[in-house]
Design a binder for this molecule. Sequence first.
Ligand code: AMP
Ligand code: MG
Length: 430
Amino acid sequence: MSALKDVISCISDYDPEALPVERANQVIRSFVQPVAGFETVAVRAALDRVLAEDIVSPIDVPAHDNSAMDGWAVRFADLSQNAEVALTEIGTAYAGKECKEKAGPGQCVRVMTGAVMPEGTDTVVIQELVKIEGKRVIVPPGQERAQNTRRAGEDLQAGKPALNAGTLVRPAELGLIASLGIARVNVRRRLRVAFFSTGDELRSLDEVASGAAAPPKKGEIYDSNRYTLWGMLQRLGCEVIDMGVVRDDPVLLEAAFARAAASADAVITSGGVSVGEADYTKQMMAKLGEVVFWKIAMRPGRPMAIGRIEGAGNSAYLFGLPGNPVAVMVTFYHFVRGALLTMMGRKDTDLPLVRAKSETLIRKKPGRTEYQRGILRRADGEWTVRLTGAQGSGILRSMSEANCFVVLHHEQGSVKPGDPVDVMLMEGLV
Ligand code: AMP
Ligand code: MG
């Protein structure tokens, strides 16, 4: 396990007071390591999990050369490139039934899709092309060798990895694993993630609803970050440990951090990492492990803490996110998501950016990355994007209305109406 300071010492132009997004991600990705430990589950239970090891195919798929179409299995050597040829049908081959017939010169076999190619044959002529005269099958010229056949092992070959460790199991992988006759697979164990909100101004919805706490007074607000965080972690398939709201009290904070570190692989908090924050959150983070505090050159989501903290002999990665609700989501998607996927053993963590035409002027200063919330749509035959309206980091509605992030890169300046911009779809991300 590498120390954070060693990772940071390898990063060029490291400036914690104005860290570009790419640099921050570079540190995070080199810092976090996949968790050890896997479990063996039935194929369907592997959906949305990550393969812990390569799946080596025990068989060829398909196992035998077979017909891809209904028609006649013929010997290509019998055919002519410039004249019709008359062949004699000697039998029929069905899918799933063994075919006893062996085709000699001048002979052919009626075949159904999926039937094993009868011995002696190598090519299939589809039924629409042939003429039938009693037992005589007239094949027109111009056929190609091996046409309309599927070769043994053309999908997967015995002894070769069919799927690699680190692959996310999606519906296609479920089918592929089943096609190999494999009923149980080894997947990485689920990631355990503990999270809590910090701040004296927060009222916890569950406590208020159950009557255990008073409704918010003037200046107090409902804690919403724990709900977005819970949802984002669920979508990633994590085991979540919701630790509630923790008051700005050094004793309570220390206990919460220690308990979270003791039970989880990662700890995520929101709030208390801003500059000049008059609370103990930062102090406690620094006290319990190796933690760095960043001001990231981005919007929203400038302040963030990253590190490892200890509790009861266990250590956990720490992600101290800002307090503002949009900043929480943006920093989660653009830093924490990739880190958690890496911890889960995933190899492919990046999402594609696509280009769309901006419908409006978007103001932007070079020197920071912005993740504005946008609505992508198809208009007059092309993809266009507009912003969701007010982009304040506390306006969660901007996330709810959006179907994409408009990604404005570090060096980029303002975008004129009609200019192309990069867009990251929320489908697949959220
Ligand atoms: P902080 O970084 O702690 O100064 O928080 C920045 C802003 O986010 C403040 O306006 C907080 O009230 C707000 N905030 C912090 N935590 C939460 C939360 N869990 N839910 C909603 N808003 C929050
Ligand atoms: Mg606070």
